[in-house]
Design a protein around this ligand. Structure first.
Ligand SMILES: Cc1ncc(COP(=O)(O)O)c(C=O)c1O
Length: 472
């Protein structure tokens, strides 16, 4: 679909050589034909008015009108009385190359319920609060804040984040310990090369654990991935072998949902001290805890060994692309350098907006609201599974917004997912999150962050017969 420029539209680049052999009209016609043939001007795109183009090119309006009339006669342009001259839809037949290949548009979400994981409710994004915060940031930031700033982040956001994380997550952080970045994805792409340059060759990850993109990031940084088993107490440090860096989700293990136990925390920290290693703590959904006490951050126990990675992707929205790294002092110069080279710092207005959102209490108000909603959804899911599939164990529900459902041994999860999809229910497998052998009983990860209470109930009811099986 062409862009529908309002008003005059952006200027059109046409070069006229006043000393050239060809006449001005010929040059203009040729330039426009060429722009249409090469796709620079797309089918149905609006051209500047003859008056506007004549003014921009310092030509007479009559010459431009003649030129448009000629191209209309040739089928390149169309015009209707009272409306703008446009590129003819069929003008591509004059040799425009086919449009560049684009990936197929994503399949529409399942009609009844989509249990996709990893996304919060996109309908509950606090748009008005964010709009207020952006306006507030823009209104109050000094002129100097529009300059290139400190690549590690706006000082005000680092101050607010340090105070917030210290208070809410028991993180040990001063403003200078923080690097603001574009979410967890960028945090990893900044920190892994820094670790690699420090001589660390392997990144241990939880198994089951992060998906393919983390492995790709490790690979791109020249690091091997070492899978380490997770049990009911979280990652087992006994499996770390020769790694000197480990990526963990201690507060709510992704995807099993278990919490890293107290003894395991101590063991992990002792391992890091012993090996001169680092623990990368992914604190992705700690804001949402339900029926157990909040779990403090691991970083607070060993700020010299733990790199804490935070994001607003679950608390606000993934599209904001805002996150932070709290790093031990010796890694900070490397991180700051990497951030400077990558993008010279995250967008200042967004950073100051997040600071305003947090400082004003709107961030917490939003969290309180969504926490209550996710808790209600979680209860609906538990009830629906208890009613329709009481024989299937459901785990991982202490925090966040996903649950793990263990299917009977030998269940064909691929067929189950396909049949559910035919009924308008999106189900997702656990299988891609394992490295090496998978457990005998297949599992589903059911996300309920972006699935309404009604959809959860209807979705589980719609696949009740598919979930039946021999059980334990
Ligand atoms: C385990 C885990 N951590 C963190 C994130 C957030 O990543 P980002 O901040 O890049 O959006 C995700 C996203 O789905 C995730 O699955």
């Amino acid at each position: 679909m062409p862009v529908e420029w309002a008003g005059f539209g952006p200027e059109l680049l046409v070069t006229i050589d006043r000393g050239g052999a060809a006449g001005l009209r010929t040059q203009l016609e040729d330039a426009l034909r060429e722009a249409i043939r090469t796709g620079r001007l797309a089918g149905e795109e609006k051209l500047p008015s003859s008056r506007e183009l004549a003014r921009a090119l310092r030509l007479s309006r009559g010459l431009v009108q003649d030129c448009y009339a000629q191209l209309q006669a040739e089928g390149y342009l169309t015009s209707r009385p009272g409306s703008a001259t446009r590129v003819a839809t069929g003008a591509t037949a004059h040799g425009t190359p086919p449009p560049a290949h684009r990936a197929d548009p994503p399949a529409p979400p399942p009609a009844v319920a989509d249990f996709r994981t990893g996304v919060p409710d996109l309908g509950l994004v606090p748009r008005d609060d964010w709009a207020w915060a952006v306006r507030e940031a823009c209104r109050t930031m000094p002129n100097a804040a529009f300059d290139y700033g400190d690549a590690t982040g706006q000082p005000r956001l680092r101050e607010v984040l340090a105070a917030y994380l210290t208070r809410v997550r028991a993180v040990a952080a001063a403003p200078d310990d923080l690097v603001v970045c574009a979410g967890m994805a960028q945090a990893l792409s900044l920190i892994l090369p820094v670790l690699r340059r420090a001589g660390i060759e392997a990144l241990a990850v939880e198994n089951p654990g992060p998906g393919a993109s983390t492995a790709e990031q490790a690979d791109a940084s020249g690091m091997r991935v070492v899978p380490v088993p997770v049990d009911a107490d979280g990652l087992d440090p006994g499996g770390l072998r020769d790694a000197r860096a480990v990526l963990v989700t201690p507060a709510h293990q992704w995807p099993t949902g278990v919490v890293l136990s107290g003894p395991r925390r101590q063991e992990l920290i002792a391992w890091a001290r012993d090996r001169d290693g680092f623990i990368l703590e992914d604190d992705y959904d700690a804001e949402f805890r339900y029926d157990r006490d909040p779990v403090g951050s691991l970083q607070g126990l060993a700020p010299d060994r733990v790199i804490s990675l935070g994001t607003v992707s679950k608390s606000l929205a993934p599209a904001l692309r805002l996150g932070w790294i709290v790093a031990p002092e010796r890694l900070r110069p490397g991180l700051a350098h990497a951030k400077r080279l990558t993008d010279r710092g995250s967008p200042a207005i967004d950073q100051l907006a997040l600071a305003a959102l947090m400082e004003s209490g709107r961030y917490d108000r939003h969290l309180r609201r969504v926490r209550a909603e996710y808790a209600a959804r979680r209860a609906v899911l538990i009830r629906a599974l208890a009613e329709h599939a009481p024989h299937l164990p459901v785990t991982g529900l202490a925090a966040g917004f996903h649950a793990v459902v263990t299917l009977p041994a030998g269940a064909d999860e691929t067929a189950l997912i396909e049949r559910a999809r035919e009924r308008g229910v999106g189900l997702y497998s656990h299988a891609g999150l394992w490295r090496g052998p998978r457990p005998a009983r297949p599992r589903l990860v059911l996300g309920f962050g972006n699935t309404s209470q009604r959809a959860i109930g209807a979705g589980i009811a719609a696949i009740a017969d598919l979930l039946q099986g021999p059980g334990d």
